[in-house]
Design a protein around this ligand. Structure first.
Ligand code: UDP
Length: 245
């Protein structure tokens, strides 16, 4: 089953966390190459203004709704309802849990120096048996890219998690997937920071109420400018519902 729900031109797979996990695990056991992206409302708004980014999301193999706002929008717009929020961090945890006893090779690319390596160390402790073959920060220069791509290809990485922030991470995966030789490239935003413990997730109560975005806003006011896209997203959803456009 590969049904998608279209929200503002972005196709989102109608999958639960379990179904999304199974899809990624299936990709990892096959031969093809696949992209996995996890847009939230801010990212969907960004894609409205960036045609290249929109195309990349439209061509992706698996796109899940990272953000209660996306699930709500599917309800309000009366397109087919998305079953649940499938957050990028949670999806990656679920996948790592599934592949820990297989010989799937994993590589972490992104976040500030030291973070990806610390994330790898923590994940090896959390998922004993996991085969994380390398980790590298996301503050590299353009001239370092060829060497990074070569390292990943030479290590025969299957699953590459890229945390460079959107839309850079999606564009990076899209542009380099052939050369990387990977089976799955996933854009993970700040997930490596969470795995490393350098950024804390919202308390469970916020997560349950669908208010994780609010917690991120009050604990990291630097995001305020980006988050201005949230009300715009809400207004656009309501406008589309009222006008049928
Ligand atoms: N980042 C990076 N290289 C850069 C800029 C950002 O590796 O040149 C990392 C940053 O350290 C953070 C992640 O990209 O770990 C972006 O996190 P954010 O939560 O802002 O991602 P988003 O919400 O866009 O998914």
């Amino acid at each position: 089953m590969n049904e998608k729900v279209i929200i503002m031109d972005v196709p989102i797979n109608k999958v639960t966390m379990e179904e999304a996990t199974n899809k990624v695990v299936t990709y990892l056991s096959g031969d093809g190459k696949h992209t996995v992206f996890t847009p939230n409302p801010e990212i969907i708004m960004e894609a409205q203004e960036d045609g290249e980014f929109m195309k990349i999301l439209q061509e992706a193999d698996l796109v899940v709704a990272d953000g209660i706002g996306v699930v709500l929008a599917s309800k309000i717009l009366k397109v087919e309802k998305l079953p649940e929020r499938v957050g990028g961090y949670d999806l990656m945890q679920s996948v790592l849990g599934e592949i820990k006893d297989k010989d799937t090779k994993v590589y972490f690319l992104g976040s500030k120096p030291g973070v990806a390596k610390l994330a790898a160390k923590n994940m090896r402790k959390k998922y004993p048996g996991i085969n994380i073959v390398g980790a590298r920060d996301g503050y590299f220069k353009e001239e370092d890219e060829a060497e990074i791509i070569k390292e990943i290809r030479d290590l025969q990485v299957d699953l590459l998690l890229v945390g460079l922030g959107a839309p850079r991470q999606e564009k990076w995966i899209y542009d380099n997937i052939d050369e990387l030789g990977i089976k799955v490239g996933a854009g993970v935003g700040g997930s490596l920071d969470v795995m490393a413990g350098t950024v804390k997730r919202a308390p469970k109560a916020f997560q349950k109420l669908g208010l994780e975005w609010f917690y991120r806003l009050i604990t990291n006011p630097r995001r305020a400018k980006r988050m201005m896209r949230l009300p715009k997203f809400g207004i656009k959803v309501v406008f589309m519902r009222l006008t049928g456009k």
